[in-house]
Design a protein around this ligand. Structure first.
Ligand SMILES: C[S@@+](CC[C@H](N)C(=O)[O-])C[C@H]1O[C@@H](n2cnc3c(N)ncnc32)[C@H](O)[C@@H]1O
Ligand code: SF4
Length: 345
């Protein structure tokens, strides 16, 4: 593969602020840091790892909330959402077993759904840790994160947990995160942090992330001031309109105008890093493909390695490396080539 002259962001739609002197990085292994190095280096060099560096596994697409900005909610409203279900444990274990042969370094146990609504979540974390996965993580809405669950997650070996909290005020949050309320989520996160800090879980990474909707930019600074002392890291994600454009979001009553112009310097990092596996086994190459338009295979009838090396991945990667990403429909309609929060973390 050729050396890249392009500026490829390993995480193009997300930026992060970290408190000084964070504790968890001091408690991660050398293997963890080697994997993080590969996370940036492989896409930068347009090099394909032998096996994905991360499996993003949607263990369930059940969710207890109906957040107004969420691609899941929007697709349900439009009648375009997939069936709803939970990945059987045998399918999950087969992937983890395969990954362990390749020293799979990380898994993220969510896509469009709530991991704490998955009845097997504790068992899944424990299994992955037994099989040597270094970084087991997920994003959660934290509304179901009671004290017992917090203890179980930490004891099972969860390495990183990312809390989604949209907005600094209860007013903003409650307009977006329908089905819970700000006080519950705040209490659950603070309780989790207390349990983590009181126990022997110094390696556990925590972060609060906000999806920045139109009109919410003004809340970003105060959000960081509030959350940094509590969790240590704050993230901002760029909102993607699941309809392409035109979703009106209550919080600001504004729409985003997404720029889909061709960017000659763009190469997408994700096909060189990670693979997305939906609860029913369907695989896709990247997080923006919420409508499952570019299916690379299904783990119910292929191995992860077969899919990773298969024709759809080859086609996707060569379109990226040759500057022809516009030949792939999902890439042509993607906001990442013009991403706003283009900070490398
Ligand atoms: C889809 S949720 C799934 C995990 C969990 N239910 C949660 O809320 O964190 C994962 C992350 O995607 C973000 N998200 C949802 N819809 C989005 C959208 N349309 N654009 C950008 N981020 C979105 C959420 O705010 C959350 O941080
Ligand atoms: S909690 Fe997560 S998956 Fe559920 S609706 Fe909200 S953002 Fe979407």
């Amino acid at each position: 593969m050729q050396e890249s002259k392009k500026d490829i962001k390993s995480n193009a739609t997300y930026s992060e602020i970290r408190a000084d002197d964070l504790e968890w990085p001091k408690h991660r292994s050398q293997e963890y840091w080697e994997y993080r190095k590969k996370w940036s280096e492989y896409p930068e060099k347009m090099k394909v790892p032998e096996f994905p560096l991360c499996l993003d596994i949607e263990t369930t697409n059940i969710c207890n909330l109906q957040c107004t900005m969420c691609s899941r909610t929007i697709q349900i409203e439009d009648g375009t959402y997939s069936d709803i279900g939970t990945m059987p444990m045998d399918v999950y274990k087969k992937m983890i077993d395969e990954g362990s042969k390749y020293k799979l370094p990380s898994i993220k146990l969510n896509y469009l759904g709530e991991p704490l609504a998955d009845k097997y979540i504790i068992e899944r974390i424990r299994y992955a840790k037994e099989k040597g996965v270094i970084d087991v993580m997920f994003n959660t809405n934290a509304s179901l994160l009671d004290e017992e669950t917090a203890h179980q997650l930490l004891d099972a070996g969860l390495d990183s947990i990312y809390f989604s909290v949209d907005g600094i005020s209860a007013e903003t949050f409650n307009k977006i995160r329908i089905g819970t309320n700000y006080e519950t989520v705040l209490k659950n996160i603070k309780n989790f942090m207390k349990i983590k800090n009181d126990g022997d879980y110094k390696h556990v990474q925590t972060r609060v992330s906000m999806t920045v909707l139109p009109g919410m930019e003004k809340e970003m600074e105060e959000f960081a001031k509030f959350w940094l002392p509590i969790v240590g890291q704050v993230g901002y994600g760029e909102w993607v309109d699941a309809r392409g454009k035109g979703t009106k979001i209550e919080v600001s009553n504004a729409t985003v105008t997404t720029n889909y112009d061709y960017n000659p310097d763009f190469v997408c990092a994700q096909p060189f890093q990670r693979m997305f596996i939906m609860w029913d086994g369907v695989c896709t190459p990247c997080c923006p493909d919420v409508a499952r338009k570019y299916v690379t295979g299904n783990v119910n009838n292929s191995s992860v390695k077969e899919i990773w090396d298969g024709p759809e991945y080859q086609r996707m990667r060569s379109a990226q490396t040759s500057g022809n990403y516009f030949n792939i429909d999902i890439c042509k309609e993607c906001y990442i080539p013009q991403a706003k929060y283009n900070t490398k973390v």
